[in-house]
Design a protein around this ligand. Structure first.
Ligand SMILES: [Fe+2]
Length: 279
């Protein structure tokens, strides 16, 4: 368990396929992922985080980073790309306006274009709503959301991950970083189709590096991996995960990596729940 007083205390890659949005209707190949998220969530809650910072894959901005500064998040998530799979998934959870505004100021200070939003009709994407309902089912931990920014490079995503830690330290808050980034993502029609063998091999190489807490190795591998395995969103969220993990490693010393649940397919995408915490 982490005894860090502030900063990033855990980093997570969380699965989010819409076919796992409702546990009672979940497709068979997602059941192990759901159980894994529940187990992972229990271990995260034991760390007593002050907030969750989500970097999500299905809220996409073109040019700028956006940080949600709502005092409270309450609404209905639908999957716009698949409303038959997620027609309505309610959420109701505190936000953290002070952290959101501080992160935004710090990003702009680092010349990363960003602004906050507390737009009344803003609603969560399923990359956020699906994993959070399993990770923290009582919805008590405040959350701040960040999108996938298309104009950002992998390096910028690593930098944002590090900044999430630095801002948490400035405010004396203990933050968990959750990225809802699938691994290989050369999707095809056919929900239970596995990824190509060569892409699964690359996914397992990356997973093994995270489980071995080899943050530097995974970071060096990321550009080739994201390109060759066609990772979801170009692997940008994996960059946030690794940047935040590196910052945590510098504070905490050795890290411990773990996988919760199986490696599973969805429409030829690769999915895994992974975490890093202080060893
Ligand atoms: Fe996705």
């Amino acid at each position: 368990m982490s005894d860090q007083e502030s900063g990033v205390i855990a980093t997570v890659i969380a699965s989010h396929t819409p076919r796992m949005a409702y546990e009672d209707k979940a497709w068979d190949f997602t059941l192990g992922l759901i159980d894994g998220l529940k187990e992972l969530g229990a271990s995260l809650r034991e760390l007593n985080p002050d907030l969750i910072v989500v970097n999500t894959t299905h809220w996409i901005t073109t040019f700028d980073w956006v940080i949600t500064s709502h005092d409270h998040h309450k609404g209905i998530c639908i999957a716009e790309e698949a409303p038959h799979l997620i027609p309505e998934l309610p959420y109701d959870r505190p936000g953290d306006q002070a952290y959101a505004e501080a992160l935004n100021d710090d990003l702009n200070g680092a010349e990363i274009p960003s602004y906050t939003t507390d737009a009344k009709h803003f609603h969560w994407d399923y990359g956020t709503a699906v994993p959070l309902q399993y990770l923290d089912p009582e919805s008590k931990i405040p959350a701040v959301l960040t999108p996938t920014c298309y104009a950002s490079t992998l390096d910028e995503n690593l930098q944002v991950g590090r900044q999430i830690d630095a801002t948490a330290k400035h405010l004396g808050k203990r933050a968990v970083v959750i990225v809802s980034n699938a691994l290989t993502h050369l999707v095809v029609r056919g929900p239970d189709t596995w990824p190509l063998p060569e892409h699964m091999e690359m996914d397992h190489k990356f997973i093994d590096m995270v489980k071995a807490a080899d943050v530097d190795g995974a970071t060096n591998y990321l550009p080739d991996y994201a390109r060759d395995a066609k990772c979801e969103m170009g692997g940008r969220g994996l960059g946030v995960f690794l940047g935040a993990s590196k910052a945590m490693e510098e504070s905490a010393g050795n890290l411990s990596g773990a996988q919760f649940g199986p490696y599973a397919q969805s429409s030829a995408s690769g999915n895994a729940n992974l975490s890093l915490v202080a060893a």
